[in-house]
Design a protein. Structure first.
Length: 197
């Protein structure tokens, strides 16, 4: 097994065993799965969402519920197949009732995301929603660029991760577009930038 596969395997095993997480008990009590991430381990584009919802926790797969349908539609609109990208979240277990993730939850799971980024080495990281935007931009040297998502969505920020050039593109969360045609149109426009990159 090469380094990349080894790191991803370890991340998976460690998240599965993460009893220290405040969300672990809930996972076990509900027979939920952690959602580690899925897609091409050599992907050029990595999508980072927030946290699993109920459908994701029931299946162990990211973005399979209603927000996932929107993401699928957006990918299709730019001719990119889901299997060719990597999709994950910052928080790997479901926050109860789909509430926003708490800072301590982000703190405990974010190092796993960092290791996934380090293993997969994407050229483009597309953040979905304000939590992943905030985390990824702050973590990877773009803290001075962070503003409200309504101001910086669809912009391309250049940074360097472990010596490699990476473009970070903050996007609205697909769930926000479920009942909002205007946001869906905005997301579609922003996705065209990903296709260009
Ligand atoms: N919302 C997210 O942020 N991630 C998922 O996997 C599903 C819904």
């Amino acid at each position: 097994m090469d380094d990349r596969e080894e790191i991803l395997k370890r991340v998976k095993e460690e998240v599965i065993a993460l009893k220290a997480s405040p969300l672990y008990k809930d996972r076990v009590e509900n027979n939920y799965f952690p959602v580690i991430g899925e897609g091409d381990h050599n992907a050029k584009i990595m999508f980072v969402g927030e946290a699993p919802g109920q459908n994701e926790a029931k299946t162990g797969r990211p973005f399979v519920g209603r927000a996932g349908k929107v993401l699928d539609e957006l990918l299709k609109s730019i001719g990119i197949e889901r299997k060719d990208v990597y999709i994950t979240n910052i928080v790997k277990d479901r926050p109860p009732g789909n509430r926003d993730p708490l800072p301590e939850e982000i703190n405990i799971y974010a190092p796993f995301l960092d290791r996934q980024i380090s293993a997969i080495k994407p050229k483009v990281i597309a953040t979905l929603g304000r939590f992943s935007m905030q985390y990824v931009m702050t973590r990877y040297g773009l803290d001075f660029e962070v503003e409200g998502i309504s101001r910086i969505h669809g912009q391309v920020f250049d940074t360097t991760i472990e010596g490699e050039s990476v473009k970070v593109v903050p996007l609205y969360h697909p769930a926000a577009a479920i009942y909002n045609q205007h946001l869906l149109d905005t997301l579609k426009e922003d996705f065209k930038i990903l296709a260009k990159l």
